[in-house]
Design a protein around this ligand. Sequence first.
Ligand SMILES: *Cc1c(COP(=O)(O)O)cnc(C)c1O
Length: 479
Amino acid sequence: MKTDKVFPECGLKRYELTKLLPGHKAGDARWNSGKTFGFVYHPGEPHAKISEAYQEAFRYESTLNPSAFPSLRKFEKEVVGMATELMHGDSKVAGSVTTGGTESIFLALKVARQAAVETGKNEGPFEVILPETAHPAFLKACHYLSLKAVVVPVDGQMMAEPGAMQDAINENTIMLACSAPCFPCGVVDPVRRLGKVAQKYHLLLHVDACMGGFMLPFMEELAYKVPEFDFRVPGVTSISLDAHKYGYAPKGVSIILYRNRELRRKQFFIHTEWSGGIFASTTFSGTKSGGPLAGCWAIMNHLGREGYRTMARKVMDTTRIIRDGIENMEGLHILGDPSMSVLAFSSTHGNIYNIGDALASRGWYIDRLQFPEALHLTITRLNLGMADEFLEDLQEIMGNKEELNSARKGMQESVKAVEMITKLLPAGITNKVARRAGSQMESPGEEEGSQAALYGISASFDNRKSVQRLVENLLDGMY
Ligand SMILES: *Cc1c(COP(=O)(O)O)cnc(C)c1O
């Protein structure tokens, strides 16, 4: 079978690649316009430049060998030290820099499993109790580590229920987890009450502050009402916080902190019998670039606490306007009582995904939730000054019956159709096809992509297995 080669025999000239460069981004989200929520956390110019210079300088160095690159070891110790101060940890607190929230959470669960194995108290499978709003990274980690995730419903305010989580404890339970705040609706779980439960049953308690770690402490300093969530709460044994979100560090930096060094030791992997020598690594990844860590160290030192406070205040000013605007708009309501700049809203007037599509057609790039059906906003520095335009567009959409009520029909048939289409077509264009298929379910022939249909399907469709297969096909086809 003859295939088109993708690896060129003769390399492209430098000028050829340079000419191609701008074109690569043509179809990407235009985050610089201020109409993309989340995904990109940019510190703004000229701050970004200094972080970029540090990234550049350490791009080829590897964090795997601390004795070869003492610079990177220093950066890591200092970033962990700054994060510890932010989380009000004492001198016993220890941690590591990781590649992201997923790795931080993975390691916290690995430590919990290791601790359970060492006590040898039972056979397992060990169980981790999570509120349903907890990030899927927990489920992914459980999947890889052969732990059982016990997912407990949240209350009407989208908050973890300590009573219900306590009821789920049995002799296999090793850890409780919660969020500060959760990604879906920005609500901080009742950490103090969960800490009490964890202590009573001698369990570990992980607080996922991937979102809030670089916002909530500064908001507290600015006298916002911030729920307790960090090491000041008895019973909290580990915290994850993402520098590559509101820490405005380059992508690929998160921090995992433990109450003490004994816990952190359980995270390490050491293999003494390798023909290549004694192999020791502190986190999950092997070789990784020193660039993101160096960039993170630089931006934290450059902004300082004062810089982060200023950023947090501005982001919260914009959030306040958007939140008030949504709350005052007839037919819309915010889910729960979000603590910071992450929030979700739903509608009693017309389908919320249609509202999402209508916003998308006006250039806004936003996330969707499925249980309950809602739209999701992560407001960052890039959205400053955009609140009025956003609310005007939303107001206009809420007044447009046609946009609100365009029918969603034939859902179940459509899932099969999309599945067929993604199977039949060659790789590479399935992404486009999926989007187009989504729009065709609503109104055949329409060219603009509609995510409402796809999300509508997944939320309303009874057979989750089919949704899983559909997504598998999409992923498989996309790469
Ligand atoms: C982003 C996020 C994660 C996962 O982090 P990654 O950096 O995407 O791996 C986990 N929990 C919360 C609350 C998050 O916002």
